[in-house]
Design a protein around this ligand. Structure first.
Ligand code: HEM
Length: 489
């Protein structure tokens, strides 16, 4: 029996806005019982700036979740408490590994209810953290969006989240469109499949344009030193001052250390939906498409490092389940392959989607180069000239990128950041059916990272063999001048 096509409402997915909630995120919890949380939220940036957030959180009463009624209220509570928690952990000269019961006790209950992990996620910082500026205008317009909460109060941080909100909103209608295509493929209706794929490719083009707008208002150096430092999770954070992770102290005396990745756009269900519906496969990082069976068996013995798959654990439960269920009905690639020889419009529409998604990933690689790789190099150069006392007085992500045990890093069987992203990009075009699109997309691209536009020419000093542990967003990577970076995740 063929599995039924998933119904969006069963997974809390909106036909208009995709994984963004149908009900706009609340700007305030309605029950006055939560006024104390709202008061912290209203002053979050000032409390972080004055380093008084920890004192305030320590004195907050432990509130129950009894006053949370509708899902929108639970979502706001999760968003608020994860912002408080990350501000509490990272908002001092050294990180704080124990999060007190005033945050932990309600947060753990909220996480259970929403099926999300106790850490900030893409859902907390993006999906449930926006409002339209004008309610009668659309939320897929980047110029009609505002954030509800940020750590820094900066335009850069708001922009960083809002670019993703706009991408989610503009990409949302692709979901029902492609479910229509799945149904049409089942009936052998090639004309409808072609039309849906054409609509999909056009919207993907819009998403690339939105992604490119990241450069407009988010300063790379500010992102690297001020925003990323608050988004850090608790996994592989020894260098940044959390050797064991964090303890969500719920007051029972039984809490232990846990480690979670911080929020990353790799947790976007939308982008993973695109891959699944187009039949794009992401192999464990480092594995080639035509790897001999023996190589694959070898890899299976070690950690699989399928970072993209792992990120599903950070998505809201229903969204992750939707992706699983979609995998069992995704039939487009097979449908196109079976007709590619005789139906060129269909083949071209399919390949156009792959080309647009590949181009989206190309824009993203340039962003990562500019927002992480280049500032990481500058940071290294700066920390070499800084006195040890200055470096020691603060400990967080920005001060963490220094020499690391290279052997230990490679011993984890990890992979490099830019090669990881390039592999994901190259896998995007692998299913192309038309000969010329295959040739065009798989042409050898110049390697990013050496003497390119954003990085400038590497100076002699920079190419000294000095591996550096660097925290991307969810992943921890080893940035290496010749390969990009090694993932420690
Ligand atoms: C300043 C902006 C951005 C930076 C610095 C950045 C950085 C990164 C990094 C370091 C990774 C590797 C995984 C990790 O450590 O989390 C990653 C993965 C990823 N990012 Fe971004 N990112 C940015 C914006 C975006 C946006 C706006 C999107 C789209 C909504 C996006 C989509 C992805 C996806 C889908 C992955 C997983 C790899 C893939 O599927 O190709 N990123 N990003």
């Amino acid at each position: 029996m063929i599995p039924p096509i998933p119904i969006l409402a069963d997974y809390g997915i909106s036909p208009e806005h995709g994984f963004l909630p149908d009900v706009l995120p609340l700007t305030r919890l309605p029950d006055p019982y939560y006024n104390k949380w709202e008061a912290v939220a209203a002053n979050l940036q000032s409390l972080i700036l004055s380093k008084r957030l920890r004192g305030v959180i320590d004195r907050l009463p432990v509130l129950s979740t009894i006053g949370l009624e509708h899902d929108a209220e639970w979502r706001r509570a999760y968003m608020l408490l994860t912002f408080f928690a990350h501000g509490y952990i990272w908002g001092g000269d050294t990180p704080q590994e124990r999060v007190p019961p005033s945050i932990s006790a309600p947060l753990l209950k909220i996480c259970e209810h929403l099926e999300v992990p106790p850490v900030s996620t893409y859902a907390a910082s993006v999906l449930w953290n926006f409002k339209p500026l004008f309610v009668d205008e659309n939320i897929d317009d980047l110029d009609n969006l505002a954030t509800l909460t940020t750590f820094t109060g900066s335009l850069d941080e708001s922009w960083f989240y809002l670019v993703s909100v706009a991408i989610e909103a503009r990409g949302g209608p692709i979901i029902p469109l492609m479910l229509e295509a799945v149904a049409a493929a089942r009936k052998g209706d090639a004309a409808t499949v072609t039309r849906c794929l054409q609509g999909f490719a056009e919207r993907l083009d819009d998403l690339g344009e939105l992604l490119h707008r990241m450069h407009e208002m988010c300063d790379p150096s500010f992102f690297y030193r001020r925003i990323r430092t608050f988004l850090a999770g608790s996994k592989n954070m020894a260098e940044a001052g959390l050797p064991n992770g964090v303890i969500w102290d719920d007051g029972t005396g039984k809490s232990d250390y846990v480690q979670y990745s911080g929020p990353s756009n790799a947790q976007s269900s939308l982008i993973q939906f695109f891959d699944i519906i187009l039949g794009i496969e992401h192999r464990p990082t480092g594995e080639k498409a035509d790897a001999p069976e023996s190589d694959r068996e070898g890899r299976m013995r070690g950690p699989t490092h399928n970072f993209i798959q792992d990120m599903r654990r950070y998505m809201p439960g229903p969204h992750a389940r939707f992706l699983n269920d979609i995998s069992s009905v995704a039939n487009i690639r097979q449908f196109v392959e079976s007709r590619a020889q005789t139906d060129r419009p269909l083949a071209l529409a399919y390949d156009a989607c792959l080309a647009m998604l590949r181009s989206f990933r190309d824009i993203h690689i340039a962003i990562v180069t500019r927002y992480i790789i280049l500032p990481s190099r500058e940071n290294r150069a700066r920390s070499r000239s800084r006195s040890p006392e200055v470096v020691r007085s603060r400990q967080n992500l920005a001060t963490a990128s220094k020499n690391a045990a290279h052997k230990k890093v490679k011993g984890t069987g990890g992979t490099a950041l830019i090669p990881f992203l390039k592999q994901a990009r190259d896998e995007t075009s692998e299913p192309a059916v038309e000969k010329w699109t295959q040739k065009y997309m798989n042409r050898a691209t110049r390697s990013t990272g050496q003497n390119d536009f954003f990085l400038g020419k590497a100076s002699e000093e920079e190419v000294v063999d000095e591996p550096v542990v660097e925290h991307g967003l969810a992943g921890t990577w080893n940035i290496d001048d010749d390969v990009g970076g090694i993932c420690l995740y």
